[in-house]
Write a protein that binds this ligand. Structure first.
Ligand code: GDP
Length: 441
């Protein structure tokens, strides 16, 4: 996400950090570069100017600071202002207490509306709500099928009525059905066009009047930069949207949409889509996103990902055992399998503070390595896995042969495992660290 933006900002700050003390001129030069980087990322011109004015105002005196690394101080100022630009604080869905609440998804065709409706339904269902999807996109016949397929995949009922083109009627019927089914939440997928057009807006307005939604979520393709902002304005003026979802943020979105949409429309980004799969939706947190952009890491999102992917029972069992008896290679294998469920290591590492693109390039992140490690561990006997200290030279050779990996790799794995054991010991004895977000500002 925003790789280019992040990389360029990082190199700007790296240059400043390298200087130790900063003159006013250094800061001015640095901020000029930040300006260029933001504009290249397609951030709104006016917002960029205001942003820099605020940063510059706050940075007065940074040059004279002693004791604190002035460049780091400047990063902190930029971090605070970026957070404000992205929306200041997390805004979740605001749903009525009287069921069913209604969420209406709007946006242009291809923005990811239907997919996002499904992702949202899945997420809310996982939070314990009874959800129903309503297919009110009648112009693209495949849209109804698509929503029904999504519904089946996530186990959420879909209301559709192929006998009519009257979307108001469909939505009303869907809500009635939800009431009968005692659903708490209805998500209405609406029709989009390739461009904003008057007919579409008129229809959405009628739909809004009829279903009185708690939320109107505008879904925008995050790759489209300023274009997404302009369309958001159009939808907001006509309908009054309550929140934004930016999709396709897993691709090489430059950042312009994310950094401008709140500033221009004052409508909060509530979620971001980070992949085509139905679990690829993240809550949007302005501060965490600013942290990611500035490579301060986003440990909270990492922890949340871990919590949702891990089998809780298994994790608890593992933790208990490791605390009591220490870790052996069987546990290591279980932990590794759970890690694999989190997705590519490269994406996870990016959430850690200070990990940048060039480090990722250097790190050996070949996904095959996981398979190799697994093969090595599986070639050991159970006794060897529980007591890796048994692994003498001839056993190492045997395992190398059995797994088809060079003996050096077996050695390296055992060495790494020993280091990890040492670290685990320290952690379990020390009562665990603080955790949480840790922008080292
Ligand atoms: P709609 O016309 O607005 O309903 O758009 P769709 O939901 O059909 O999505 C259009 C395309 O974008 C589909 O191929 C989706 O798989 C893809 N898509 C949607 N959200 C994301 C996302 O967050 N990341 C990626 N990579 N693709 C997405």
């Amino acid at each position: 996400m925003f790789d280019e933006l992040t990389e360029k900002l990082e190199s700007t700050f790296a240059r400043l950090r390298g200087k130790g003390t900063l003159t006013e001129a250094d800061i001015k030069e640095g901020l000029r570069e930040v300006r260029r980087v933001l504009l290249e990322a397609d951030v709104n011109f006016q917002l960029t100017r205001e942003f820099l004015e605020r940063v510059e105002g706050a940075a007065v005196g940074v040059a004279q600071l002693r004791g604190v690394n002035p460049a780091q101080q400047l990063v902190k100022i930029v971090y605070d202002e970026l957070t404000k630009m992205l929306g200041e604080r997390r805004e979740g869905l605001k749903l009525s207490t009287i069921p069913p609440s209604v969420v209406m998804m709007v946006g242009l065709q291809g923005s990811g509306k239907t997919t996002t409706a499904g992702k949202l339904a899945r997420k809310l269902k996982a939070e314990g709500r009874q959800v129903r999807l309503v297919a009110a996109d009648v112009y693209r016949p495949a849209a109804i099928d698509q929503l029904e397929t999504v519904g089946q995949q996530i186990g959420v009922p879909v209301y559709a009525n192929r006998t009519t083109n009257d979307v108001v009627r469909i939505a009303r019927e869907g809500i009635e059905e939800a009431k009968r089914g005692r659903d708490r939440l209805v998500i209405v997928d609406t029709a989009g066009r390739l461009q904003i057009d008057a007919d579409m807006m008129a229809e959405l307005k009628r739909l809004k009047e009829a279903v009185r939604p708690d939320e109107i979520l505008f879904v925008a393709d995050g790759m489209t930069g300023q274009e997404a902002v302009r369309i958001a304005q159009g939808f907001d003026e006509a309908l009054g949207v309550t929140g934004v979802v930016l999709t396709k943020m897993d691709g090489d979105a430059r950042g312009g949409a994310a950094l401008s949409i709140y500033g221009v429309t004052k409508k909060p980004i509530k979620f971001i889509g980070v992949g085509e799969k139905l679990d690829a939706l993240e809550d949007f947190h302005p501060d965490r996103m600013a942290g990611r952009i500035l490579q301060q890491g986003d440990v909270l999102t990492l922890v949340e990902k871990a919590q949702s992917a891990f089998d809780e029972e298994e994790a608890k069992r593992l933790e208990k055992k490791v605390r009591k008896d220490g870790m052996d290679l069987n546990d290591f294998l279980v932990a590794m399998k759970q890690m694999q469920k989190l997705g590519p290591m490269k994406d996870l590492l990016k959430l850690l503070p200070g990990v940048n693109a060039s480090m990722l390039k250097q790190a050996n992140l070949d996904p095959k390595r996981m398979k190799h490690v697994e093969a090595i561990v599986l070639s050991m006997t159970n006794a060897e896995r529980t007591r890796p200290e048994l692994m003498n030279g001839s056993r190492r050779l045997r395992v190398a042969k059995g797994s088809g990996r060079p003996v050096q790799e077996v050695n390296r794995l055992l060495e790494q495992f020993r280091e990890m054991q040492k670290m685990m010991k320290k952690m379990t004895q020390g009562g665990g660290g603080g955790g949480g977000r840790m922008p080292q500002l």
